[in-house]
Design a protein around this ligand. Structure first.
Ligand code: AKG
Ligand code: FE2
Length: 253
């Protein structure tokens, strides 16, 4: 297959839904799931740049992993209010219009969004690829990042009080680094060493945002699958009355 780029996504997807694979006995969802898995491996995300029915998004997600959480990402003042009442620390929310700084989400191996409705002006998902982290930090600095702890929240529903455990910012598994990062969840250790390496990490994120930002504006019925251990995601602010709505799944693999 040709290099995995946004352009290839569109043509590959078109062929997945076309007669060629059907004739070969490959179901459209299986073909698309295989393509997404390859794109995730190569570039850390897969943007399906052609409209698919929501049912296909769900079927494809089930072929790739196990859906552990479903959420509607949209401006919703009531849900935002309820969430704030059940949260034990103040932090950005998917239901409010404010910007979301770069982070990964808790628990998920993959985070996926299906665009039910896009914002009129923008509403892009912003991504940064951290797969080069091993080349930017010394072994000693990586070890320090491995000791940084973040609160990792769970809740049964939006209306119950959240619980948390602690999880390290960086782990190393099968020759790859896995990132868990949300600046608002960092809770220690409070040492000179970790403060200085975290400062360097913030510079790394700022430089990456300036030079390697991936901006993906999903059109209605398009979807995006993201390796949540490799890519940081974020979003700019959107209007309070924005109709933007994304159907998000957390997947484990
Ligand atoms: O609104 C977005 O684009 C992303 C929000 C977010 O951080 C999430 O859905 O986990
Ligand atoms: Fe998120």
């Amino acid at each position: 297959m040709a290099e995995v780029t946004g352009i290839t996504v569109a043509s590959e997807t078109a062929s997945v839904h076309g007669p060629r694979l059907r004739d070969a006995g490959v179901t459209p969802c299986r073909g698309l799931a295989d393509w997404i898995a390859r794109a995730l491996d190569v570039q850390g995300y897969a943007h399906v740049e052609s409209p698919v029915p929501f049912e296909d998004y769900e079927s494809v997600a089930r072929l790739i992993g196990t859906i552990i959480l479903r959420s509607d990402v949209q401006i919703d003042v009531d849900r935002d209010q309820m969430l704030r009442q059940t949260r034990t620390i103040e932090r950005p929310s998917i239901y409010s219009a404010g910007p979301l700084g770069f982070h990964t989400d808790p628990h998920a191996d993959l985070v996926c969004w299906y665009c039910v409705e896009q914002d009129e002006i923008d509403g892009s998902v912003l991504l940064l690829d951290t797969s080069d982290i091993g080349g930017h930090f010394s072994a000693a600095e990586l070890a320090v990042l491995g000791m940084v702890q973040l609160k990792s929240f769970t809740r049964d529903s939006d209306s119950t009080l959240e619980q948390y455990t602690f999880a390290p910012m960086l782990t190393h598994r099968d020759g790859k680094y896995r990132m868990f990062y949300a600046p608002w969840l960092i809770c220690g250790p409070d040492t000179d060493e970790s403060r200085s390496v975290l400062e360097k990490f913030r510079d790394y994120v700022r430089d990456k945002e300036a030079t390697q930002l991936i901006t993906l504006r999903l059109k209605k019925s398009e979807c995006l699958f993201v390796d949540n251990h490799r890519m940081l995601h974020g979003r700019g602010s959107i209007a309070f009355d924005s109709k933007r709505r994304l159907a998000r799944f957390y997947l484990t693999r």
